[in-house]
Design a protein around this ligand. Sequence first.
Ligand code: CMP
Length: 136
Amino acid sequence: MSKLEKTLSIIKPDAVQRNLDNEIKEIFKNNGFRIINEKKIQIEKSEAEKFYKVHETKPFYNDLCSYLSSGPIVVMILEKEGAVKANREIMGSTNPKDAAEGTIRKKFGISIDKNSVHGSDSIDNAKIEIDFFFKD
Ligand code: CMP
């Protein structure tokens, strides 16, 4: 059996703006995740730049950071056995066009930028991303 893990999930501006946050939270809960902390916030572009620093050399970095800071987001700590991988499965592929049926991005994603949710891609990054938003 996998270990109990925590991962960071963000409901992005496109989904919050369409009032999909509760529906997305229900999907996580129905799939066995526990939301152990959550907050609705809007971040500055400079904070988005720090959060997405791993992508700073990518051509889409500037637009990505403008977008994440363009409206309210919901950041959550999700807990479940094997949470990092399980979250990536339930989110689906980065590009909603490639996402499998039944995944959050297939259901709600609009484009590769407006893909409704973010999730940590590894256990190490989950720790870093959780600290980024919840270390006070
Ligand atoms: P996310 O999981 O939040 O991590 C980085 C984000 O960059 C990704 O989701 C996408 O929304 C966005 N992005 C925009 N263009 C690309 C691209 N070409 N490849 C990967 N991610 C992209």
